[in-house]
Design a protein around this ligand. Structure first.
Ligand SMILES: [Zn+2]
Length: 157
């Protein structure tokens, strides 16, 4: 069990700790221990009759899942099973993103853009604006702004 856990990157395990959905956690913990979970496991061990819904909870919490086929110990027939997908992808996208966009960074961006959305030019409170990539040069017109915020901009919902 410990060996299997060791092969997952630390950042991935940290991300998993943040998952609050109970059904997602059950599935994730089972995969961490056994490498995968079958629809039999979901039903007989945890009482989740609708396997795709449990799988969707996991995906919604930002963990990629892959489906494959195994032979059931119970029925001897082919059944569905789930294992983690490409966890390095999620790791770089979500975890790195969360670190990059600190509160301080966003505030700096907010002050620089004077609280305006870069697309519609509307004025919003900071919490209604999202950090996004690329500051179009023609919009900012100021190379220093582009450089200081590292090519990011704020957009409204
Ligand atoms: Zn806008």
């Amino acid at each position: 069990m410990a060996e299997k856990k060791a092969k997952y990157p630390k950042e991935f395990l940290e991300h998993i700790k943040l998952v609050t959905n109970k059904r997602a956690k059950v599935v994730i913990d089972h995969i961490l221990q056994h490498g995968f979970i079958t629809t039999d496991d979901l039903q007989t061990k945890y009482g989740y009759i609708h396997a795709p819904r449990a799988a969707m909870d996991v995906k919604d919490s930002g963990i990629p899942l892959e489906t494959f086929k195994v032979i059931s110990n119970i029925s001897g027939r082919q059944i569905g099973a789930y294992r983690f997908g490409d966890i390095t992808q999620i790791q770089t996208k979500r975890v790195a993103g969360r670190i990059a966009f600190s509160k301080k960074f966003k505030k700096e961006l907010y002050d620089l853009s004077k609280g305006k959305c870069m697309i519609c030019n509307g004025h919003f409170e900071e919490r209604y604006l999202q950090v996004d990539h690329r500051v179009p040069y023609e919009v900012s017109g100021d190379i220093d702004v582009v450089r200081s915020v590292g090519g990011f901009m704020l957009l409204c919902g």
